[in-house]
Design a protein around this ligand. Structure first.
Ligand SMILES: [Zn+2]
Length: 339
């Protein structure tokens, strides 16, 4: 009996087709000894320099990937220290930013802005700048206060110094219901009178000064007393606590003088030498407002009667003249009186 030695063919992998002259296998039907790039990687081998010998059809992804001969693959060489360094440096350059410190070549993480030495230097510089600004402001406050105190002393010593105050029908478009002029050196009231404003006194105004319509029913109009006002103030040095307000009241009164008297009165008012005690008192008080960039006005806290308020201005002038230095204990005492 003749038997032909038949060699059972080893399970031959059958390609599903050819692509670019290379067989295409489905997953799990590929011949042993072939592997994809990532399969090589997993075994610590590299596909670098190898020619692909077949395709693997990844059905699920509708993708074809190259297959390489595992036996031809070389082990992946670990990076040398130098290579690793270069790689790390490249990554660092990509994610870092230059330090914002002037002339600094250091790179920092994006969120750090400055390197540690530059950040420390900036903190020191910021602090120093703050200190300098504070010192400058403090110096300014001292010198403003001293100047205001000198001014107050000068007014108190001036033989021509007069103080004027009015109570009014309101804050805007208002008229006077009371007026006083104080001769400072003689401590003498040159004028002290209620005035008929020519219109009803709003209750809001009455709440401040207590003057009602019936109080001024028989009072003169300022128009009638204008000559006396001129006589009291002409050639004098006039000081008003809130000059802008009282001068506006006087201008309102001047405007309603009859005929040519109005223009003449306005011109006379414009020619008066008037200083504002409220502004100088604020400088002396020294409550600086960064927001407004100016000194905060302080209330006169007078009795809200024209004559009494004139005398309160004198009191304030004396306070100012007496304490030219800031942080003077006397100044604190004076301060609590007004606050
Ligand atoms: Zn830096």
């Amino acid at each position: 009996m003749e038997t032909m030695p038949e060699e059972m063919p080893a399970a031959v992998a059958v390609p599903e087709r050819y692509l670019d002259g290379r067989p295409v296998y489905r997953a799990r039907t590929a011949p042993e000894g072939l592997a994809t790039r990532s399969q090589l990687r997993a075994q610590g081998l590299s596909a670098a320099g190898l020619t692909p010998v077949a395709w693997l059809h990844l059905m699920l992804h509708h993708q074809y990937v190259h297959l390489y001969e595992v036996s031809a693959a070389r082990p992946v060489r670990p990076l040398t220290a130098r290579q690793r360094e270069v790689l790390e440096h490249g990554r660092w350059i990509q994610r870092s930013v230059p330090c914002r410190g002037a002339g600094c070549a250091t790179r920092v993480e994006r969120w750090e802005v400055r390197c540690d030495p530059c950040a420390a230097a900036k903190r020191v510089a910021d602090y120093r700048r703050e200190q300098e600004a504070e010192a400058a402001l403090s110096e300014q406050l001292d010198s403003d206060r001293a100047a205001a105190a000198r001014w107050a002393a000068e007014v108190l010593a001036d033989p021509d110094a007069t103080i004027l105050d009015t109570e009014t029908t309101g804050l805007y478009d208002a008229y006077a219901v009371q007026l006083a002029v104080l001769d400072v050196p003689g401590d003498r009231l040159l004028l002290d009178t209620l005035l008929h404003p020519g219109e009803p006194i709003p209750t809001d105004a009455t709440r401040i000064h207590g003057i009602e319509d019936q109080d001024v029913a028989d009072a003169p109009r300022l128009a009638d007393l204008w000559p006396q006002l001129v006589e009291a103030l002409d050639g004098k040095r006039l000081v008003i606590y809130n000059r802008a307000f009282d001068m506006e009241i006087l201008r309102n009164e001047a405007r309603r003088l009859p005929g040519e008297r109005a223009g003449a009165a306005l011109a006379w008012l414009a020619g008066l030498r008037v200083e504002c005690a409220m502004e100088r008192y604020a400088e002396w008080w020294g409550q600086w407002s960064d927001y407004w960039g100016s000194y905060t006005w302080q209330r006169l806290d007078g009795p809200h009667g024209a004559a009494g308020d004139c005398r309160m201005v004198v009191t304030r002038l004396r306070e100012m003249a007496a304490t030219a230095r800031r942080n003077d204990p006397d100044a604190v005492t004076a301060g609590t009186m007004v606050g």
